[in-house]
Design a protein around this ligand. Structure first.
Ligand SMILES: [Ca+2]
Length: 104
């Protein structure tokens, strides 16, 4: 992948009706991905594919003091992909321990 390629995806990024999970536990990490990364769902299909077979990308980093060289991401923060039909992305950098999701 070339630097600045917005079509690139990595580190918890899903494309075309897939699911991707990136999970890192402990350690001081440095992330410098390019493009749609760090929890991103990309869909190049239309129609019913977006409704019945979405793309979901999740990025979890639990523990450590981490640095991010990307528009998304940050130590001790969470981020979410802007809503779009069939495309779901979420990332969290949490302190040591565990993460829990609750339905609102
Ligand atoms: Ca870490």
């Amino acid at each position: 992948m070339s630097k600045g390629n917005e079509q690139a995806c990595s580190l918890g990024s899903a494309i075309n009706s897939s699911f991707a999970l990136f999970a890192n536990i402990r350690g001081d990490d440095s992330y410098a991905p390019v493009g749609n990364s760090l929890g991103y769902g990309m869909m190049r299909r239309g129609g019913e594919w977006k409704i019945y077979a979405p793309s979901t990308g999740l990025f979890f980093d639990i523990g450590g003091k981490d640095t991010y060289k990307h528009a998304k991401g940050g130590d001790g923060t969470e981020w979410r992909q802007p809503p779009a039909q069939g495309q779901y992305g979420y990332g969290v950098d949490a302190p040591a321990g565990m993460i829990r999701f609750e339905q609102e």
